[in-house]
Write a new protein. Structure first.
Length: 55
């Protein structure tokens, strides 16, 4: 798979490396700001608790 990706990218090796670094940065940005918060909200228990509700 990586060899196929390497062959598809244009330019000399240093341009390919630069493109892959930019793609990795974009993927990490999207994961950090969109995917991880969504997973945190759906998996983590809510802040509301009915145990020990004072009174």
């Amino acid at each position: 798979m990586y060899a196929a990706l390497w062959r598809v990218l244009p330019g000399p090796w240093w341009v390919r490396v630069l493109i892959l670094l930019v793609l990795a940065a974009v993927i990490l940005y999207l994961l950090y700001f969109y995917a991880f918060p969504w997973v945190f909200q759906t998996v983590w228990p809510s802040e509301e608790s009915t145990v020990g509700g004072g009174g």
